[in-house]
Design a protein around this ligand. Structure first.
Ligand SMILES: [Zn+2]
Ligand SMILES: [Zn+2]
Ligand SMILES: [Zn+2]
Length: 139
């Protein structure tokens, strides 16, 4: 079913791979609209959630509760450091978190525990830019 939408999903996948870090469906849709692909926002939403379900994209919730997606270069379970200003994303392993999650789950009698841990902050260039802007504003 929906064979005719395959190229659209493929185009969404490419746009996601080109994106710098985690992006929302709206952001990706805006990019695709600039290219005049005619791909609608609803299609972008569907394609993204399909890619995430298939394990071809990472998905997470921003602190504002918005769903964000990224084509990840790392396979398997991992975590992210995400700049909330420019979207720069670093894939990280977090062995402490794995150990803590296992320990905490089994302490409470939970099995098959999963977790999602991502760190949002400001990358160094963005933090420097912000500090410079604040410096000139107060001068
Ligand atoms: Zn990732
Ligand atoms: Zn940044
Ligand atoms: Zn983990």
């Amino acid at each position: 079913m929906a064979q005719r939408n395959t190229w659209q999903r493929e185009r969404v996948r490419e746009a996601l791979a080109d994106a710098r870090g985690f992006v929302s469906a709206q952001t990706l849709h805006a990019t695709l609209r600039e290219e005049k692909t005619g791909i609608g926002l609803a299609t972008v939403y569907r394609a993204l959630s399909g890619l995430a379900t298939a394990g071809d994209a990472d998905s997470l919730q921003s602190p504002e509760g918005e769903a964000l997606y990224r084509a990840c270069s790392t396979e398997g379970h991992h975590h992210h450091l995400i700049c909330r200003s420019c979207g720069l994303t670093v894939e990280i392993e977090a062995k402490d978190v794995e150990a803590w999650a296992q320990r905490t789950a089994s302490l409470h009698g939970f099995s098959e525990a999963e977790h999602v841990v991502d760190i949002f902050g400001l990358c160094t260039p963005c933090a420097n830019r912000r500090a410079a802007a604040e410096g000139s504003a107060s001068a």
